[in-house]
Design a protein around this ligand. Structure first.
Ligand code: ZN
Ligand code: ZN
Length: 337
């Protein structure tokens, strides 16, 4: 079965953090953190529609310039989310350039930035043609953990402590639609773009008794109409969706651990920072990072199915396997208990 998305770390574990999540059926992508993103192709970067920033330490946000450079002059809405102070940081970045010529651009590039506070979200818009001058209008919404919602997936967040507010993220796919190719063939149909519309109909909770038209063939010249529920039974298998979590930069304490475990509980795949070895716990504590052992304990307590550590301190160059081993040992220990 082909998953709807296959997340991948943008860089190796010793380089800048970031998780790229392409959504296969939409030619679109989500990214957690924008460190150095030069290892992503321009084509991949241009798929990004939603950007979730844990915090604005340089290694997590320097890629914003590269991203903006590529999107400049294009027709695109970019949705960005970050912790307290984020709007100031975005405005500071934008204020670093001259924008006197952009008013003539014909395409509309709009940034919609949202700052996350414990109980509310503040959103501000920045339009390219207006020189990214912040819109005076700010929109305030209550916040209860749900950061972003669309028919097929949601992104949840918790505010963690990393000597400053830092966001942890979980992406939750509502359910997964597996297309049964044999079922498609049995109905005399061919796979094609109509399958995307079919999935969209399911995610939009379209009435199963309603009609659904399938246009197939090279030029969509063949048309057949089905009852949506009957078609679903014939060609689709609905399975639980994936849960992908991304946790970067936090100090180890009871409150952080509790929040992360709750947020990432039962994830299919957890990406978690593991900056230091347990023997250097005092350094980890000072720098407000996790040790590999602490990362493994959190992964184990949350019962995640797969854990990938990253954001290794450069002091362990050539010893990445030690950090990985420490995470896995702690994870296994917790699971055995
Ligand atoms: Zn940091
Ligand atoms: Zn960092």
């Amino acid at each position: 079965m082909r998953p709807s998305f296959l997340p991948r770390l943008v860089n190796g574990p010793f380089d800048d953090p970031g998780l790229f999540i392409p959504l296969f059926f939409e030619k679109r992508a989500i990214i957690f953190d924008l460190g150095d993103i030069y290892s992503l192709s321009a084509k991949d970067i241009l798929k990004i529609s939603h950007i979730f920033i844990t915090h604005t330490h340089m290694d997590h946000f320097i890629g914003f310039d590269r991203l903006l450079r590529l999107f400049l002059g294009r027709d695109q809405h970019l949705y960005m989310f970050g912790p307290k102070g984020f709007l100031n940081n975005v405005e500071g970045k934008l204020a670093g350039y001259s924008w006197n010529l952009v008013k003539n651009y014909s395409n509309l590039l709009a940034l919609h930035a949202t700052e996350v506070h414990p109980d509310y979200l503040i959103t501000k818009d920045y339009i390219c043609q207006s020189g990214f001058v912040p819109d005076q209008m700010t929109v305030k919404h209550p916040f209860n953990g749900l950061l972003h919602n669309e028919p097929s997936l949601s992104v949840f967040s918790r505010i963690l402590d990393h000597s400053l507010p830092c966001l942890g993220f979980t992406l939750d796919e509502r359910f997964h639609v597996n297309i049964l190719k044999d079922g498609v063939a049995e109905l005399g149909l061919e796979v094609g773009p109509w399958l995307k519309e079919f999935k969209q109909a399911l995610f939009n909770n379209q009435d199963p008794d309603s009609e659904f038209e399938v246009a197939y063939g090279k030029k969509k010249q063949h048309k057949k109409t089905f009852v949506l529920g009957d078609l679903t039974k014939q060609i689709a298998l609905i399975t639980p969706g994936q849960k992908i979590s991304y946790i970067a930069d936090l100090v180890y304490n009871e409150s952080n651990e509790e929040k992360v475990v709750e947020l990432v509980k039962d994830s299919d795949h957890l990406f978690i920072e593991a900056s230091f070895l347990e023997k250097d716990r005092d350094v980890a504590e000072k720098k407000c990072h996790l040790t590999a052992r602490q990362a493994g304990i959190i992964a184990g307590k949350a019962g995640v199915k797969q854990v990938t550590p990253f954001h290794f301190s450069p002091r362990y160059q050539g010893q990445g396997h030690l950090l990985e081993k420490e995470v896995m040992e702690a994870y296994d220990d917790v699971l055995k208990q």
